[in-house]
Design a protein around this ligand. Structure first.
Ligand SMILES: Nc1ncnc2c1ncn2[C@@H]1O[C@H](COP(=O)(O)OP(=O)(O)O)[C@@H](O)[C@H]1O
Ligand SMILES: [Mg+2]
Length: 230
């Protein structure tokens, strides 16, 4: 589903954020992306639907991440940003969550139905008329998640999905994600969430992959975790 080969990326200010990253994610797999602050997790995720373009090769759903395939890739890859304020841009929660469903061409009734289901799923039912700007961070994060759940994405790329959620919200998020058939890449500092959801984990440090393996093995290697700031 996701093939990254030799990916390197430098921000305009000269920061080398990714260097020679290789990553393979099979269909239906959920992979945790671990690493301390600044390791390159968010940068890597922004490459998976072409918001950033580095050197190297990225293929998603068997398609080369090139201009001609971007629309098709973005229709099937739901990306939830680390910071919801970078994602939310519509005047109401309804418009925000409806956006992708409208773009996908669903009828008005179907859009309304899907928005209601997506909001209920993240525990934000009945907030359609609210303005995203007035929500708490955790609520914004849930709306951002609803905005990608509203269509049937085959791939979900989630950047710190449990950040800002209360314990109950976090538990329901884990249950929700476990029940979805989508292939997922989940960047997280929430090691328990990684363990609950992802059989495999990839550890980034300074823009390179330090280790990849079974999540339980990595998370029980305390010396290793400490050495990479986790
Ligand atoms: N817009 C940006 N401009 C310059 N450097 C950036 C930008 N965004 C992130 N970086 C830098 O790139 C590196 C990787 O950051 P990031 O991908 O956000 O890491 P993580 O998500 O693992 O915390 C860090 O050194 C960070 O400071
Ligand atoms: Mg990040």
């Amino acid at each position: 589903m996701i093939e990254v080969e030799g990916l390197s990326f430098r921000y305009p200010d000269g920061t080398l954020a990714l260097e020679g990253v290789d990553l393979l994610v099979r269909e239906g797999e959920r992979v945790a992306l671990l690493g301390s602050n600044g390791a390159g997790k968010s940068t890597l995720m922004l490459h998976l639907n072409g918001l950033l373009r580095g050197n190297g090769r990225v293929r998603v759903l068997g398609l080369e991440l090139a201009e001609r395939n971007l629309a098709q890739i973005r229709q099937q890859v739901g990306l939830v940003f680390q910071t919801p304020d970078d994602q939310l841009f519509m005047p109401t929660v309804f418009d925000e969550v409806a956006f992708a469903a409208v773009n996908a061409g669903y009828s008005q009734d179907e859009v309304r139905r899907r928005v209601a289901t997506a909001l209920a799923t993240v525990g934000m039912g009945g907030t359609e008329a609210k303005q995203p700007v007035n929500l708490s961070v955790g609520q914004k994060k849930r709306v951002a998640l609803a905005s990608v759940l509203v269509t049937d994405n085959r791939v979900l790329v989630l950047d710190e999905p449990s950040a800002g959620l209360d314990p109950a919200g976090r538990r329901s998020l884990i249950a929700l994600l476990r029940g979805l058939p989508a292939t997922m890449v989940i960047a997280t500092h929430d090691l328990a969430l990684a363990e609950a959801l992802c059989e495999r984990a990839v550890v980034l440090r300074n823009g390179s992959i330090l280790r990849t393996g079974k999540t339980t093995e990595i998370l029980t290697d305390e010396a290793f975790l400490r050495a990479c700031g986790l």
